[in-house]
Ligand binder design. Structure first.
Ligand SMILES: [Zn+2]
Length: 89
């Protein structure tokens, strides 16, 4: 694994170093943690943006355009979604 484990102070209960956290930068930035004192927990959420939302986001970036995904790229997307248990919106 390329990630690292660490402890952190809890912003909810004020516990000192009561959060056990893990972060990784591969294959994308992610973080998760749990406070062993009060139960506060957080994690990086994965998903696929809906087509409508995607169009809105592209519009905010000067209507950026991309080439259509090739069939190989589409297959890579499917495998990625399966590996990370991502459901389409
Ligand atoms: Zn806490």
């Amino acid at each position: 694994m390329s990630g690292s484990s660490y402890t952190a102070n809890c912003p909810r209960c004020g516990g000192k170093e009561t959060i056990e956290a893990y972060s990784d930068w591969r294959p994308f930035d992610s973080v998760s943690g749990i406070c062993l004192r009060c139960g506060f927990t957080y994690w990086t959420q994965l998903g696929i943006t809906s087509e409508d939302e995607l169009e809105e986001q592209r519009a905010e970036y000067d209507n950026i355009k991309f080439d259509e995904l090739t069939s190989e790229e589409k297959q890579n997307c499917k495998e990625f979604d399966k590996d990370y248990n991502i459901k389409e919106a």
